[in-house]
Design a protein around this ligand. Structure first.
Ligand SMILES: [Mn+2]
Length: 201
């Protein structure tokens, strides 16, 4: 899924564990009324039942896409309590101001790349099993920032080839590169890349 609106360029990319037909990682981006919501999840395990849960979680997030992040993650925790559980990173971006908010639980990564690097820290926990008192982080995005959210199916510390310019590349090319170069074949891998912020200030 890739979209360039002139204001925002994003891509959600999932690759399945070798031999499995469906991914236990899940992801989506929804834009409504100047607010972008991005969610990336990684269901425990892999295979059919993990994939089925991932699709249910995606549907639930879409149904509640207007909720605040703290509310959304608490709702997810209640709704999927007793399931095999999942980790997730959830962001909203105000497309007018560039203000990013993030709640991340469990083993999932988020980093801002470009002219500067900022790595976000995830809180410990598994949604549907046990979550801590959730904290929402706030970060002001700049136009040169490239936001990358990725599951543990992608190498934690990756470095693109020096010939590959993330400033010039589309979100789709960055996501493809990330998964093809740094994705692990022994796990589902998923990422969301968001760039080209042109704040309507
Ligand atoms: Mn994983």
């Amino acid at each position: 899924m890739a979209l360039g609106t002139g204001e925002i360029d994003y891509c959600v990319k999932l690759r399945t564990f070798k031999g499995e037909p469906m991914s236990g990682d899940g992801g989506l981006v929804a834009i409504d009324d100047g607010r972008l919501l991005a969610a990336l999840i990684d269901v425990a395990g892999h295979g059919k039942s993990a994939a089925e849960l991932a699709r249910k979680v995606e549907e639930f997030i879409l149904l509640h896409s207007k909720a605040g992040l703290l509310e959304l993650v608490n709702l997810l925790h209640q709704q999927f309590r007793g399931s095999r559980g999942f980790v997730g990173s959830f962001c909203t971006i105000d497309l007018k101001t560039g203000t990013l908010k993030n709640v991340s639980v469990g083993n999932i990564r988020m980093v801002v790349l470009g002219d500067r690097t900022k790595r976000f820290i995830s809180q410990e926990g598994i949604i549907g099993y046990t979550i801590p008192l959730l904290q929402e982080r706030v970060f002001e995005m700049r136009q040169s920032d490239v936001l990358v959210i990725y599951t543990d199916g992608i190498k934690e510390f990756f470095e693109f080839d020096s010939k590959f310019s993330i400033a010039k590349a589309s979100s789709h090319d960055i996501a493809t590169n990330l998964i093809e170069q740094f994705g692990k074949s022994i796990d589902d891998s998923g990422c969301i890349v968001i760039k080209s912020f042109k704040w309507r200030k």
